[in-house]
Write a protein that binds this ligand. Structure first.
Ligand SMILES: Nc1ncnc2c1ncn2[C@@H]1O[C@H](COP(=O)(O)OP(=O)(O)O)[C@@H](O)[C@H]1O
Ligand SMILES: [Mg+2]
Length: 422
């Protein structure tokens, strides 16, 4: 049989182009509905199949069934070259793979038939609508990534955003996945009518499918948080700046001590941090004293733990009690996270300012510093009156609030905080 394979026209825009060149081992292609995410993944699969004879790629979704009417339609109609020899084979529903004349193959599967996937190895894995998968699914897929025909191996997930707490968002936040933000401008084929339909959606669905942001019932308490705005490069703090420390006690949960400097404009900068679980207050006190040598502090603010405070004081660390009103404290922090007239916020965190990283927290997949707590610090929405932040991984958040309330006092009008949190 003779045939010619003639590529269909495709021009990648925005991050679709970045994806083609990326060799990053794990990539998260995220964005609102209809930005061209799935098409970009399929184009890369096809190009690599042609370029690297004998390569194997896996195209996967949570269920095999869901592949048939979504991914496979785009693949067959938009991506596979004209004159494709195999489309006359089994029907789409039965099809298990697409074989190329050069020996490459795209395998089609669902996690509902994981044994089929797991019995073989691949150079690339493309997971579509990956928010449907569990992190266990993803990690078992990664173990299959060792076919070694291509010069690099890669797993790419495409997804619409989900809740901020979703494992994909957290995994990218931790730096384990390269995040590519796909936007409607990247798809020349998207119509105004389509975008208008998405714009009509409300609430969380509009956030995720129109705006493309990770948004949940349990929206982020500090939704202004943006590492590009609030994280500073490491630098020396001039000696004359005001300084305070704030402490949140913990044993099973991390014990947190934050060192804050206040610059002449009143901007507070976290310049050193102890974030450590399973340590005795005794030991923390020594660590704090050691790292504080040569500096002096206006105040050291702590939460209510009489014994813990007594221990600190034995090591020369005089403490004062934090004002604990949660809502107005959150409001005071929110005010500082906003950009001031000079374009900068009034609260910033220095990069790499941890004294040491707590390996146990890494193993438990928990935040290892205050900055890592932000994305998971979310509102728990019961009936609106009972709304409060969920009380997990909030130790750095608490210490930060004590420091802000010490400097600024409690914000008035605490009831308005719900509006700020949305
Ligand atoms: N660069 C492009 N050029 C032409 N059509 C595109 C391009 N990117 C996407 N499309 C088309 O837009 C439609 C939506 O793309 P799709 O990849 O399914 O979006 P998403 O997965 O982001 O929801 C598809 O028909 C796709 O073929
Ligand atoms: Mg898609």
């Amino acid at each position: 049989m003779t045939y010619t394979m003639d590529n269909k026209p495709y021009r990648p825009f925005g991050v679709a182009q970045d994806l083609l060149y990326s060799k990053s081992p794990e990539v998260l292609m995220e964005g609102p509905a209809g930005t061209g995410k799935t098409r970009a993944l399929l184009e890369k699969a096809n190009l690599c199949a042609i370029k690297y004879p004998g390569m194997r790629a896996l195209l996967v979704r949570k269920t095999r069934e869901s592949m048939t009417e979504s991914v496979m339609v785009t693949l067959e109609q938009k991506v596979l070259p004209n004159g494709w020899p195999m489309l006359t084979g089994p029907s789409r529903r039965q099809r298990q793979c697409y074989r190329y004349p050069n020996g490459s193959v795209l395998v089609v599967a669902g996690m509902d038939r994981a044994s089929r996937i797991m019995s073989t190895e691949y150079d690339m894995i493309f997971a579509f609508e990956a928010r449907e998968l569990t992190e266990d699914d993803w990690e078992s897929l990664l173990t299959r990534l060792r076919n070694g025909v291509m010069p690099y191996q890669q797993a790419v997930a495409d997804t619409n955003p989900d809740a901020p707490t979703h494992w994909l968002n957290q995994r990218a936040q931790r730096g384990q996945m390269t995040r590519l933000l796909s936007r409607h401008d990247d798809n020349p084929n998207v119509t105004t009518a389509y975008k208008e339909r998405l714009d009509q959606l409300t609430g969380v669905r509009r956030d995720r499918l129109f705006k493309g942001i990770w948004s949940g019932q349990e929206g982020a308490v500090y939704d202004l948080w943006d590492p590009a705005v609030h994280v500073l490069e490491k630098h020396e703090i001039p000696e004359h700046y005001r300084r305070i420390r704030s402490i949140d006690f913990g044993y099973t949960n991390p014990f947190v001590c934050q060192w804050w400097a206040i610059d002449p404009d009143g901007r507070m900068i976290l310049y050193r941090e102890l974030y450590q679980s399973h340590g005795l207050v005794e030991d923390h006190a020594q660590t704090i004293a050691k790292h504080s040598a040569g500096e002096s502090y206006e105040a050291t603010i702590t939460d209510h733990d009489a014994e813990g405070r007594a221990t600190l004081e034995r090591y020369g660390i005089q403490t004062m009690l934090a004002k604990k009103s949660l809502r107005s404290g959150i409001q005071a922090v929110t005010a500082r996270l906003k950009k001031a007239d000079d374009g900068k916020p009034r609260l910033m965190l220095m990069q790499n300012c941890l004294i040491q990283t707590d390996q146990r927290l890494i193993e438990q997949q928990k935040p290892t510093s205050t900055s890592q707590e932000f994305p998971g610090y979310v509102w728990h929405r019961g009936t609106d009156i009972s709304e409060s932040p969920v009380m997990v991984n909030d130790h750095g958040m608490d210490a930060m609030r004590y420091a802000v309330v010490y400097l600024d006092g409690l914000a008035d009008n605490a009831l308005d905080v719900r509006v700020l949190g949305q």
